[in-house]
Design a protein around this ligand. Structure first.
Ligand SMILES: [Zn+2]
Length: 137
C-alpha cells in the first residue's frame, strides 16, 4: 500500500492554490506527476484533515453533486506562508553557489559570462559588463 508523501500533500496544496479541484482531478494530477497509482483512500483523509483545520471547504455542484475542494482565505494564507518559507530554504541551498559579476555585483545563477583579464578568468553577467570593467582598469 502506497502512502501519500509529504511531497504529494504539498502538491495538493499548490494545486488548490491555483483553482478549486474535484477529488478525482487531484488524484489524476498527482498520479501524472508522481508516475504512480494513488487511491482515493490515500488522498481523502488528507483533504478531510485540511477541512477540519478550516484550510479548505467543500462545494458540491452539478447534477451528481460532485465535491469540489476550495482553499479558504485562511488556507491561501497558509499556503503562501509555506511557499515563502520554502523560498528561503531554497535560497539557502542555492546561495553558496552564486557567483557575483565583478563589475555590477549582480548575483549570477546558472549562466556566467567569463572573460580572461590579465591571465585571470573573471565572472561577469554579460559581455558589456566585461567591456566596461576592462575599460576602467
Ligand atoms: Zn554585470
Amino acid at each position: 500500500m502506497l502512502h501519500v508523501t509529504t511531497i504529494s500533500r504539498f502538491q495538493v496544496l499548490i494545486l488548490l492554490k491555483q483553482k478549486p479541484y474535484y477529488g478525482y482531478e487531484l488524484i489524476k494530477h498527482l498520479e501524472n506527476s508522481l508516475g504512480k497509482k494513488i487511491s482515493a483512500g490515500e488522498i481523502y483523509p488528507f483533504l478531510k484533515s485540511l477541512k477540519k483545520a478550516k484550510l479548505i471547504e467543500i462545494k458540491s455542484s452539478g447534477a451528481r453533486r460532485k465535491k469540489q475542494y476550495v482553499l479558504t482565505p485562511e488556507g491561501k494564507t497558509q499556503v503562501n506562508n509555506l511557499m515563502k518559507r520554502l523560498d528561503g530554504f531554497m535560497l539557502q541551498i542555492i546561495t553558496p553557489n552564486l557567483t557575483e559579476c565583478v563589475h555590477c555585483h549582480c548575483q549570477l545563477f546558472g549562466k556566467v559570462y567569463k572573460q580572461k583579464i590579465k591571465g585571470k578568468e573573471l565572472p561577469f553577467c554579460c559581455s558589456s559588463c566585461a567591456k566596461v570593467y576592462v575599460g576602467e582598469k
